[in-house]
Design a protein around this ligand. Structure first.
Ligand SMILES: Nc1ncnc2c1ncn2[C@@H]1O[C@H](COP(=O)(O)OP(=O)(O)O)[C@@H](O)[C@H]1O
Ligand SMILES: [Mg+2]
Length: 300
């Protein structure tokens, strides 16, 4: 269960920190051996530079052990059917502005699609159209003008919208907000998840209306980790995340066995997570089955 996962997560973080520290200790002791052997001799400048290196390693060790890293892991309750999504003739316009026109796609379970392109070209509009009638999300028929979207057998979706306004209900604690998505989870599970996303015990008791943008984003990741969906849809998830969190997200998405739709401008995420690219250029949407690097290479 979630508590076991949390223990594993904490153990993994600790193991990594310990491995880093062990390596550093070894390096320091090698340098100190050298210093001890030659400090009385003629190699003064080499001894001096090694003393400086020891100092540097000792201070980075201190700094590093103070860095808090989030631990993101996306599991799924059960896999979806082989086809995750079949979309046919999807169209959406705002007045005269045709944003998505007659788009077709078949997405297999496990594909990781990165939606790329400049702002305002329709990435969010596309995701909203695909999610306008989707499992475990409220229907929003206004987000699609025409076309059919068929989500696959047993699909369950975790959605991180670009606009978080109104997503987190006000007037409750972060803990209580999260708990409602799995009432069977224990308080330990909930606190464990919040801890993974670097909420301290007290921060978990913060009223939801007082959450910063970054805290809101981290809480939304907690929800997806709790829900264990087999399709994850993330619309610009990195906007409120620091580098450590972006790295954690990158690794979590690479390891995830489900299907991913990801809008991002982060080139590492695009390249390292994506197995398929939907490129929005303002006129068309290119559907390329390969990595982002393969896609850009195919253009020249
Ligand atoms: N609710 C809306 N009403 C009118 N125009 C909209 C609305 N939402 C988006 N648009 C327009 O549709 C286009 C695509 O927007 P969007 O899908 O948000 O782009 P992206 O996510 O790629 O940045 C933009 O020109 C945007 O101004
Ligand atoms: Mg957008």
């Amino acid at each position: 269960g979630g508590y076991d996962d949390m223990v594993i997560a904490k153990t993994q973080v600790r193991t990594r920190v310990e491995a880093d520290n062990a390596q550093r200790e070894k390096k320091i002791s090698q340098l100190q051996d050298f210093i001890a052997r030659f400090s009385a001799g003629t190699r003064a400048s080499q001894v001096m530079s090694r003393k400086k290196e020891v100092e540097r390693l000792q201070t980075t060790e201190l700094a590093r052990s103070n860095i808090q890293r989030p631990y993101i892991r996306f599991a799924m309750n059960r896999p979806s059917g082989r086809v995750a999504l079949k979309a046919t003739g999807i169209s959406k316009a705002f007045g005269d502005l045709k944003v998505v026109t007659n788009f077709d796609a078949l997405v297999n379970r496990g594909e990781k699609i990165v939606l790329v392109g400049r702002n305002g070209l329709g990435k969010t509009t596309m995701l909203k159209a695909l999610l306008s009638d989707a499992p475990n999300l409220p229907p929003s028929p206004g987000d699609i003008d025409a076309g059919t979207v068929k989500w696959g057998h047993e699909v369950s979706i975790g959605y991180f919208a670009q606009d978080h306004t109104g997503v987190i209900r006000k007037g409750m604690t972060a803990v209580a907000w999260l708990h409602q998505f799995d009432p069977d989870a224990s308080r330990q599970d909930i606190h464990g998840l919040l801890g993974q996303m670097l909420f301290s015990g007290e921060e978990g008791l913060k009223p939801t209306e007082a959450l910063s943008g970054g805290e809101t984003a981290r809480l939304l990741f907690c929800r997806i980790m709790l829900q264990k969906p087999n399709v994850i849809v993330l619309d610009e998830p990195t906007n409120h995340l620091d580098l450590e969190s972006i790295n954690a997200l990158n690794i979590a998405l690479q390891k995830y066995d489900g299907t991913v739709f990801l809008v991002t401008h982060d080139e590492d995420l695009m390249e390292e997570v994506g197995t398929r690219v939907w490129h929005f250029d303002g006129r068309t949407i290119q559907d390329f089955k390969g990595t982002y690097d393969e896609y850009t290479a195919s253009l020249v």
